[in-house]
Design a protein around this ligand. Structure first.
Ligand SMILES: [Zn+2]
Length: 138
């Protein structure tokens, strides 16, 4: 996928960066300031592998509500799509879209890998936001 150069220079857009506790080794995504397990502070940056398994999923057939109305077009284009809870191999669970597959290919326990995609574009010449999604590992 071709992306503007500027995005490649911003590592957090292309990596799953969370936090790791140096005391109890627990990993967190999204990042936290204080370890909920042991109370340690501060936590250090941790780059996740982006590998995980689908723990559960649902197929979204109607667009998300968009109170400001700015992104309605994009949401309409997207449906149906698969929203899954993914358990990363390092432990944390994250909710993300599964892309690049047929709906019936998605199964609980299937292995997935992170990918980074455009998630939102505000207006015709506006800000493009990138975010993480997952795809099935063959
Ligand atoms: Zn801890």
């Amino acid at each position: 996928m071709a992306v503007p150069k500027i995005w490649r220079k911003i590592p957090q857009y292309y990596n799953l960066i969370g936090k790791s506790c140096q005391k109890c080794s627990e990993k967190y995504f999204p990042p936290r300031d204080i370890c909920p397990e042991c109370g340690a502070y501060p936590l250090v940056d941790f780059k996740f592998s982006g590998k995980g398994k689908i723990e559960t999923f649902t197929i979204i057939r109607s667009p998300l509500s968009d109170p400001e109305g700015e992104n309605l077009e994009i949401y309409f284009q997207k449906t149906p799509y698969v929203l899954a809870i993914i358990k990363l191999i390092e432990g944390p669970k994250i909710t993300a879209e599964i892309v690049d597959c047929e709906m019936d290919e998605v199964k609980i326990e299937k292995a997935v890998n992170v990918v980074f995609r455009k998630i939102m574009e505000k207006g015709k010449h506006g800000v493009i936001q990138y975010g993480y999604k997952f795809r099935l590992v063959e």
